[in-house]
Design a protein around this ligand. Sequence first.
Ligand code: KG4
Ligand code: ZN
Length: 344
Amino acid sequence: VTDRLILGIESSCDETGVGIVRLGPDGALELLADEVASSVEEHARFGGVVPEVASRAHLEAMVPTMRRAVEQAGIELSDVHSIAVTAGPGLAGALLVGVSAAKAYAAALGKPLYGVNHLAGHVAADTLQHGPLPQRCVALLVSGGHSQLLLIEGLADKITEIGSTVDDAAGEAYDKVARLLDLPYPGGPPIDKLAKRGNGCAIAFPRGLTGPRDSKYDFSFSGLKTSVARWVERKERAGEEVPLADVAASFQEAVADVLTAKAIRACKDLGVDTLVISGGVAANSRLSGLAAQRCAEAGIELRVPRPRLCTDNGAMIAALGAHLVAAGAEPSRMDLSTTPGLPV
Ligand code: KG4
Ligand code: ZN
C-alpha cells in the first residue's frame, strides 16, 4: 500500500470545514490542509446558532472552502483516495449541506464515501497532534453543542457513552452566563479572559450532580447558570456593584471542577490511564490547567489538542476517515442519510 489522501467534510453546526490528511502505509497521519469558514459572526446578535442561517452559510462556503483546502494541500482533487463526511449528530439542515456535497464529490470522482460520527471525529482530532491513541482511553468532549464522557476502545467502532449533560452543554452555559454579564457571543473566550483578574473561590456556585445519589458521570449546568443569574440580581437589587471578574472566575471554577473531577473518576473506575479533552471548551485555560494538575496527581496522561483542532473542523473528520480506511471498514452507501440525533 502507498500513501492515501483522505478528504474530510464537516458541516454539523456553524463551521464549514474541509480537511485533507495523508495516511501512510504504516498508518501514520499527516495533516495537509485544514480550512474552516465560520458563520459565528452571523449568529452573534442572536446569542446562539440559528439553524437556517447556518445552513445557508454552509451552502455558500462549501465550494470555496473545498478549493482552498485542495490548494493548501497542493494536490489535485482526483488524487483523493476517499471522502469522509459528518453524518451526525448536528443540525439537520446543516448536516444535509455537507453530506450532499460529499456525495456529489464522491460520485463525480468515483471515490468511496464514509459517513462518520462528529463526536468520534473530535476524539480523532487528537491523533493528528499526538499520534495513535492507546488501546483504551476516556474522552471528555465539551463544546457549545455537547458535553460527554466517552470510553474509547477503538475509534472505528468501539465508543461507549458513559455520561452526558442532562440539560445545557458546557459551552452553552458559558454563552448564557456571558450574556447575563453583558459579554459578547461566543461567551467562552471573554469569560476566560475576565476570570484571570478574579478569584475563583470568591463565590461558592453549585457543582451540579455531585451528590452521593447523583449519576457519577452525567453533568448538569442549568442550575449553575440560574444560580449565577440570582446572585447577580441580588447584588443589583441591593444597589451594590457586581464584582464581574469574581463572578466569571467562580463560575469558571465550578465548571472546571465538575468536568475534571468526573472525567478523572471515570478514568479511575474504568482502569484507564489516558484522558483526551476536546471540543471548543477544551480551549479554556482553567479547565486545561486544573485537568493537568489533577491528572498528574492521579498518574493519568492528559492529551489536549491545540485549540484549532478542538473546535469543529474538517481535519478531524478526515482523520477519522483515515482510521476507517486503515481498519478496512466498509464505505457508506450512496443513499447515506444524515442523522441529527446520531448516538456515538
Ligand atoms: O467546538 P465548538 O467550536 O463548536 C461547537 O459547539 O461544536 O465550541 C464552541 C463553544 C462555545 O460555546 C464557546 O463559548 C466555547 O466553545 N469556548 C470556550 C472557550 N473558547 C470557546 N469556553 C470556555 N473557555 C474558552 N476559552
Ligand atoms: Zn463539535
